[in-house]
Write a protein that binds this ligand. Structure first.
Ligand SMILES: Cc1cc2nc3c(=O)[nH]c(=O)nc-3n(C[C@H](O)[C@H](O)[C@H](O)COP(=O)(O)O)c2cc1C
Length: 183
C-alpha cells in the first residue's frame, strides 16, 4: 500500500550527516512507490509555541502566522513522520523542537484537528562515541510519539559522526534505505 511519508530535516547543514541519512530513507521509500514530502526546517520560519492555548479554543488554528501553515497540510495527510536530526546538547535542535511544540495544536484530547500519522521514525547523528548519549533524545521522541498516538517504528542513532560527510560509507545509510523500502 502506498504511504505518505513526511520527512522533516532538522539540520541547517546542507549535505550534513542527518540529511544524508534522511535522503537514504527517502530513496528507499520512493523506490517502493511511497509519496514523500520533505522540508528543511532551517529554511523555514517557525516560531516557538506561546502556550496561549489559542489553538484549543479555535479548533486547532494556531494564532501564529508563519511557515507552520505550510507544514500543516502535510502533517494532516501523512501516514509516517520521519524526523532527521543532529544531536544538540543531547536533544533536538531548536528548529525541530519548535515544530514538535507547535504540534500541540493537534493535542489528541484538547486539539481541534487530528493527525492520522500511524508511525514515526527518528534518524539522528551525533559526534559522541557513547551510545548512551542518545538516551535523552530517544526518550523525548518516544514521549512525543506516544502522546500523539503514533507508534515509534524505529530510531536510528549514529554515533561518531561530526564533520559534514563523516557518515559517508556508514552502514547506517543502508539501514535507513532499507527502512524506507520496508515502509
Ligand atoms: C550546538 C551543537 C550541539 C551539539 N551537541 C552534541 C551533543 O550533545 N552530543 C553529540 O554527540 N554531538 C553534538 N553535536 C555534534 C553534532 O550532533 C554532529 O556534528 C552531527 O553529526 C551533526 O549532524 P548534521 O551533519 O546532520 O548537522 C553538537 C553540535 C552542535 C552544533
Amino acid at each position: 500500500m502506498q504511504k505518505r511519508i513526511l520527512v522533516l530535516k532538522g539540520s541547517a547543514r546542507t549535505g550534513g550527516n542527518s540529511e544524508q541519512l534522511a535522503d537514504a530513507l527517502i530513496k528507499g521509500a520512493k523506490e517502493k512507490g511511497h509519496e514523500v514530502s520533505e522540508f528543511k526546517l532551517a529554511d523555514m520560519k517557525i516560531g516557538g509555541c506561546r502556550g496561549c492555548n489559542g489553538c484549543w479554543q479555535s479548533k486547532g488554528n494556531c494564532i501564529i502566522e508563519d511557515d507552520m501553515k505550510k507544514l500543516e497540510p502535510n502533517l494532516e495527510n501523512a501516514d509516517v513522520l520521519v524526523i532527521a536530526s543532529p544531536l544538540y546538547w543531547s536533544s533536538f535542535p531548536a528548529q525541530v523542537k519548535a515544530v514538535m511544540d507547535r504540534i500541540y495544536e493537534y493535542d489528541p484530547i484538547n486539539g481541534g484537528k487530528n493527525l492520522h500519522i500511524k508511525e514515526s521514525i527518528l534518524l539522528c547523528c551525533g559526534e559522541t562515541d557513547q551510545e548512551g548519549d542518545f538516551d535523552i533524545i530517544r526518550k523525548l521522541f518516544q514521549i512525543f510519539s506516544e502522546f500523539n498516538k503514533i507508534t515509534v517504528r524505529e530510531m536510528v542513532c549514529v554515533s561518531k559522526v561530526n564533520e559534514k560527510g563523516d557518515i559517508r560509507g556508514n552502514e547506517a545509510l543502508e539501514r535507513a534505505e532499507m527502512l524506507g523500502k520496508a515502509l
